[in-house]
Design a binder for this molecule. Structure first.
Ligand code: NAD
Length: 507
């Protein structure tokens, strides 16, 4: 039974949603119990929220840059102070271990810190005398109302990729977080209001497809940021773009880690296990395929297997747990189904995590699955082709670096990739040739810092702007160039003027 009803966050006041509306269940994945209920907004409710955002945006856009920066700094302090509390909320609904949850808050915080520099980020440029007596300057203005739709796997960090920058740029923002773990978003909105953000500038509306589609087609929403799976990213991109909005829709991933014979194999094995099984593989930048090049495959697989067997599966609040449960029972069963499919297709299951010992919990009822390692995976198998989004790591063997890169480039996804080597020339060639948006050299999860922008290629991103960093600022603003001619001061006379129907050229 649910013991807690989650609220929408609307005009700075908790708002439960219309009486008798649809609701969804929020689970504690470690126990399998329903712990909270989340309202699922109707299109009419979304309309209400957007109307309030339009009114708030009209005022907020003319707030001073100093006020926006100060609000952002105050928000930063509140997040720092409440990190443990937000992390606990994340673990209670997502299941990831507490330390991992704290890490996600810390990475989201870095975007808030980037947004604190908004006065500098929004500086335009000015050119004197672009033509005789004529000057030009550029400004970036907010789009008005921006919307964000976010996935379950980073309930704090992914929303923080979006709304701090959009709001610092002078927009109002409507966030539709994942209905599976919605509480962290509401807590962040409360803290932003406590930091001094005016009512209506940030709203959190919960829901499913009905709420999302209402946002995607709403005439008053100017920009849509989405992060989630590839099929929904494509739907979001097509629907919002057809409605005339700018869209950035980040999709799924299948990230490779290529290991050359000259690499430090212990470091590579540590990296593969950390990046493959961290957060139970529910990260869009998780490594899901290790490509072992040339003769090192047996040694590398042995090192990965040895480390994988030491991992402790457990409840996220247990300090000793390395990985927690998956998000839902249905998802755990889907991931386990891929393990069965891999075995049936002839891959070698080196480490079998299907029946894990679970520390600190009722193993039978939580959504746990232990780490699984496959060797001799063929690129035709579904464990290779599909995004599994669970603790399943596949090893593919490739004869050369060029073959490994061809394999990576044939994947429809292009989110992240890593190369492990001590050979600078190989690394340079790899970096130039690989068709992936985020590349790590001896770094397994190359998530860009907040002052760069995050995004993949191929079916990992629909649209052309990456999130946060400089591209985030340009996504949430529209450029305007003003060309000005004042003539001469009246006391000095009159500037010459004549009729001239020619196309204006500069001489
Ligand atoms: P999802 O696509 O199921 O859901 C994402 C959001 O879309 C949620 O808010 C959900 O309510 C909404 N949604 C779901 N179905 C919808 C529909 N039919 N119409 C409209 N909206 C719908 O994704 P998820 O399971 O929450 O998250 C995991 C996925 O997100 C993985 O594929 C992962 O790779 C991806 N992801 C990508 C990145 C990235 O940066 N590229 C980052 C994190 C997660």
């Amino acid at each position: 039974m649910a013991d807690d009803l989650i609220h929408h966050w609307h005009r700075g006041n908790a708002w439960t949603g219309a009486e008798g509306g649809r609701v969804g269940d929020v689970f504690d994945p470690a126990t399998g119990a329903v712990t909270r209920t989340v309202p699922l907004a109707s299109a009419a409710e979304v309309d209400d929220v957007v109307a309030a955002a339009v009114a708030a945006a009209a005022e907020w856009r003319s707030s001073s840059l100093t006020k926006r920066a100060k609000t952002m700094f105050a928000f930063r302090e509140l997040i720092v102070r409440h990190t443990d509390e937000i992390a606990a909320l994340i673990t209670s609904e997502h299941g990831k271990v507490l330390d991992d949850a704290r890490g996600e808050v810390a990475r989201g915080l870095e975007v808030v810190e980037f947004a604190c520099g908004i006065p500098h980020l929004l500086k335009g440029s000015h050119s004197e005398s672009v033509s005789t007596g004529t000057d030009s300057h550029s400004v970036r203005q907010p789009v008005g109302v921006a919307a964000g739709i976010t996935p379950f796997n980073f309930p704090a960090m992914v929303p923080l990729w979006m709304f701090p920058i959009a709001i610092a740029c002078g927009n109002a923002f409507v966030l539709k977080p994942s209905e599976r773990d919605p509480s962290a978003s509401v807590r962040l909105a409360e803290l932003f209001t406590e930091a001094g953000l005016p009512d209506g500038v940030l709203s959190v509306v919960h829901g499913d497809r009905e709420a999302v589609d209402a946002l995607l087609t709403h005439p008053s929403v100017g920009a849509v940021s989405f992060v989630g799976s590839t099929p929904i990213a494509r739907h979001v991109f097509e629907t919002a773009a057809t409605s005339g909005k700018r869209v950035q829709a980040l999709g799924g991933a299948k990230n490779h880690m290529v290991v050359l014979a000259d690499a430090d194999l212990d470091a590579a094995a540590d990296a593969a296990v950390s990046a493959g099984y961290g957060s139970a593989g529910e990260r869009c930048m998780a490594i899901s395929v290790v490509v072992a090049v040339d003769a090192i495959a047996d040694e590398l697989v042995a090192k990965i297997a040895e480390r994988t067997r030491t991992l402790r599966v457990g409840v996220g609040t247990e300090p000793d747990s390395d990985l927690g449960p998956l998000i839902t029972g249905a998802h755990r069963d889907r991931v386990a189904g891929y393990v069965e499919a891999g075995i049936a297709a002839g891959a070698e299951l080196v480490v079998d995590g299907r029946h894990p010992e679970v520390a600190g919990g009722a193993a039978g009822e939580g959504f746990f699955l232990g780490p699984c390692l496959f060797d001799r995976v063929d690129p035709s198998m579904t464990i290779y082709t599909d995004e599994i989004f669970g603790p399943v790591l596949s090893v593919v063997r490739a004869p050369s670096l060029a073959d490994a890169v061809s394999l990576v480039n044939a994947s429809p996804y292009g989110n992240g990739v890593a190369l492990f080597t001590r050979d600078g020339a190989a690394a340079r060639w790899f970096e130039a040739e690989v068709e992936v948006g985020m590349v790590g050299i001896n770094v397994p999860i190359p998530v860009p810092m907040a002052f760069y922008s995050f995004g993949g290629w191929g079916q990992s991103l629909f649209g052309d702007t990456h999130v946060h960093g400089p591209e985030g600022v340009s996504f949430y603003t529209r450029g305007k160039v003003v060309t000005t001619r004042w003539g001469v001061p009246a006391e000095l006379g009159t500037a010459p003027s004549s009729l001239d129907l020619h196309f204006p050229t500069n001489r």
